[in-house]
Write a protein that binds this ligand. Sequence first.
Ligand SMILES: [Zn+2]
Length: 604
Amino acid sequence: MASEEFREQVRERSDLLEVISEHVALKQAGRHYKALCPFHSEKTPSFTVNPEAQVWKCWGCGLSGDVFAFVMKIENLTFPETLEKLAARAGIKRAASEGRDRSNDDRDRLLKLNAMAVQVYREAAKENPTAVEYLRERGLTHDLIERFQIGYAPPTWDYLINRLIRRGIDLAEAERAGLVAARQGRSGYYDRFRNRIILPICDALNRVVAFGGRAVDDAVPKYLNSPETPVFSKSRVLYGLNLARKSVTAQDRVVVVEGYFDVIAAHQAGIEQVVATLGTALTPEHLKVLRRYTQNAVLAYDADSAGMAAALRSIHLFEESGVRLKVARITEGEDPDSLIRKQGGAAFERIVEEGVPIVEYRLRAIARKHDLTTESGRTGLVREAIPALRQVVSDTDQERYLDRYIQFLLLLNPERAGERLTRMAEAIRREISQQIQRSSRGAKESAESFQNTRMISSAPSALARAENQLLQSAMESAERCQWLFGQIAPETFVDERKRAIADLLWQVAATGEKLETQSLADRLEPEARQLFIDFLSETGSVPLTEPELLDCIERLRHYWKRHDMKRLQELRQEIEAGRLSRDDPRFQEYWQLRLELQGSHTGR
Ligand SMILES: [Zn+2]
């Protein structure tokens, strides 16, 4: 099968709406669908899908394209990988002999190697008494072990290596996959994971990209993860996301925990919308990944863990992600795993349910540190609370938090909640709100002036607008298209990209081809193609009436008339200065222009 033919077949069978809705929550808006853009941070949806034309576009970050572009971007795949994935999804096969990209092959080999290692480790887990005993003690059911593909790496230095060699694997490749490490100062390799329970880490497509190893004795570190590899980046990958995806979308909430066994314990209790960060602090990248599925995240970390402290330091980074981050109040020294074992899944769910916004959580923690009955305690509180409040983006949010904060302060000292405390809370409130106003004024002014300059520079000229409107109306129907090119020629368009689009539409109108927009887009050069997709994705455009379209046409003609007159003037000056001989082509041009401008200027 020719590759182009294959590509078109895959495109035809991959519904854009279906594919996109696997990643983002789409809402219908007229003929289009909207969602929060999965590619940049935003709070109001500017990601638009046009199902008829099978194109998508984000008006915020400017990215756009077809179903292939979407999958490439969101799954971080190469084009051949994307083609492969969508073909598999649509159940289309092609001959194995067809050429494929080399870097794609490379990633593929590492993924295959990981899959092979999973098999080896799982076999070992079934046979090895240490592993069987460990998993039994943890109370893991057979079903859970299967679902998480839990395995075991025996204590020897070459257990995996021997099995890889038997399968003809190049160990240098296994090193690149992070499965083995090179011996220091000597030739050869050794197994990276030894005497550890192996927890395969999957990407959202269920492919094993890395491993976590939990020591079964008191080896250090307790948890050992794969290094970063061409298929694994720990600041983006979340453990359990492959199993949580559906539940996260259904519940419109994700619970973020710190450990592998927190995820597994939650599953055991029937709670599936849980993912874990992999020994790193929660990053904005993580939230970007999660935002494809939901805007609501609850952190369920041990209250005194390093991870919790790191998250509280990064509040401002999370604020920009567009994810509403709450914190479940888990008692110090507990984690979801221990909590679920002691109190059951329902107790954990209740704590998640009662999670408080991360800013509030931080404010409570600050208040607990200070003695508010003393002057120095109150000053200390204000000094610490202001930076925390300032991280809340909007002013109204700050006000709201402040009010809740005061209420909370009153609750904090119930035995002394007399008139004196109320007055004190009021004093703190005033102080904080004044300081916030003072510090935010400067920032806001500069932001406003920035916005104004952007508005001016990005406002399209009347001419550009007229051209856009004409093309968009031509794209609405074959009749409109024919009508338009009965009025003007495609060359009338001033902008080069729009001229290309007009030319294409004119051809379509002339030959009576169907306005199959996606395949049309492919016939354009990249820049014009981009614009074409923009037109297709534009929402809320009301179709123009014929007189309105004629006005637009008039604007184009007016432009050319002025353009021609300017040119005529230039040429006249040349002639008058005696610089043009009679056989100069520009001499001809001069007379041509004079003739045209004398008559009515009908098209070009
Ligand atoms: Zn965007």
